[in-house]
Design a protein around this ligand. Structure first.
Ligand code: AMP
Ligand code: GLY
Length: 408
């Protein structure tokens, strides 16, 4: 059994660890991976879709698991399927659920899925005229295409709204601002049936108490008990109809679907769908999964998700991201990373490279630490103890991961 994981972050490191419960480590490849993942797994210097397809053609992996959305939006999954290679990742046309906000919002409206009301624009002047006419704040402005977490601006006044339209380009969605608390849910589907995972919660903003700019995610925890009462409603009113809708539109969804939800006083609504697993949520969820991840992948491929039994540890997990000072703005790299051997948390490497045998920082989100505990409080205590066991120049992290009050 040979597996290729595509991507280079903490999510992909977690995926490698999940496969390693079933498969020999030497048969797990990561492309391109990073210097930290390479301590345990073979990392391949493949970056483009073409390079990945070429490697697969020559090396015949039994399974390819795609982490990031860009490859799926470029059609990697379709290209691999054409080669007869099993790939976990949505088709290019289904990936539009993430790669085009206009596509996603149109679909949600057509299939009556609760989400913020919106108007889509393909012309900047029209968007500006609408924003001026509306005059209601806060107002949410989203770029249509993939924007690596930088495509959403919440404007508090007219000048911010106009600036947002200028920044985000011609194709934008102008959306009602929703009040509530956010939660993430992953869906496992073969296009026919689906199962949902535990709920998890990302902490997207840089600063404590959810202040400052949005980032790729500063930490996550799992499970989110406060979301459980909404599970059936989310499955019936959001998950089932979006999968039906995608099928009816000729692009059935197969793989993992990420639902970014907000619980409002009118119930759960969709903020976004992503065509992949979340980062850093995956780092928090996977250590609690007791069902074999490889079995889950084969259930997706073989259309047997209806028979899949998901088993979860009753524990809780907390994941804290250690980032470079300055992120998500500009930051310096190349600082040596030291890890004390007494560390007990799991380490998931992201922005890290190996320079002459020494791990050094190479990205904004450098690594994450994940700890499990009987309770969320216990997991949090463990992970924050270990934050001091890792050091690098300019280490920055949030001290309040998992402390959010999930109440309306
Ligand atoms: P998205 O990429 O669409 O999930 O947006 C990124 C973040 O912006 C979300 O996690 C929310 O915190 C915020 N956001 C997006 N849309 C809305 C909305 N309609 N109302 C309030 N906040 C939003
Ligand atoms: N955690 C947010 C995302 O993966 O998009």
């Amino acid at each position: 059994m040979k597996v290729l994981i595509v991507g280079s972050g903490g999510r992909e490191h977690s995926l490698a660890e999940a496969f390693a419960k079933d498969i020999n480590k030497k048969d797990i490849y990561v492309a391109p991976g990073n210097g930290g993942i390479a301590l345990d797994y073979k990392c391949l210097p493949l970056r483009s879709k073409e390079e990945i397809v070429e490697w697969c053609r020559e090396n015949h992996p039994d399974l390819v698991m795609v982490g990031p959305e860009q490859y799926l939006a470029e059609g990697l999954s379709d290209s691999l399927n054409e080669e007869g290679i099993s790939c976990i990742g949505s088709s290019q046309s289904a990936a539009r659920i993430e790669s085009s906000k206009i596509f996603a919002k149109t679909l949600m409206t057509k299939y009556h899925i609760p989400t913020a009301s919106y108007v889509a624009f393909e012309d900047k002047e029209q968007a500006l005229a609408y924003v001026r006419y509306l005059g209601k704040y806060p107002l949410v402005i989203k770029a249509d295409g993939l924007a690596a977490g930088k495509g959403v601006i919440i404007a508090d006044n007219q000048s911010q709204a106009e600036k947002a339209v200028h920044t985000l380009g011609n194709k934008v969605v102008v959306e009602e601002y929703l009040k509530g608390w956010e939660v993430s849910l992953f869906v496992i589907t073969d296009g026919k049936d689906f199962k949902t995972t535990l709920f998890s919660q990302d902490h997207k903003q840089l600063g404590e108490n959810d202040t400052g700019p949005n980032t790729g995610g500063m930490g996550a925890f799992c499970p989110v008990k406060e979301a459980e009462p909404y599970r059936k409603q989310i499955e019936n009113q959001i998950v089932a109809p979006i999968l039906e809708g995608l099928k009816a539109e000729g692009c059935p969804y197969k793989g993992f679907l990420y639902c970014g939800l907000i619980i409002t006083d009118q119930g759960p609504k969709v903020l976004e769908f992503n065509c992949r697993l979340g980062d850093p949520e995956t780092q928090a969820i996977l250590p609690l999964l007791q069902t074999s991840f490889t079995d889950i992948c084969y259930a997706i491929i073989n259309n047997t998700v209806s028979d899949l039994k998901l088993k979860w540890s009753p524990q809780s997990s907390v994941c804290v991201v250690l980032a470079s000072q300055g992120y998500p703005g500009s930051f310096s790299t190349g600082f040596p990373i030291t890890v004390k051997p007494s560390i007990s948390s799991m380490i998931r490497y992201a922005g890290v490279e190996n320079k002459d045998g020494q791990l050094v920082t190479s990205g904004g989100r450098v690594l994450s630490l994940v700890a499990l505990g009987k309770t969320l409080a216990e997991a949090r205590k463990k992970v924050y103890k270990d934050v001091n066991q890792v050091d690098f120049n300019g280490k920055y992290f949030r001290r309040d991961i998992s402390l959010r009050k999930n109440k309306l």
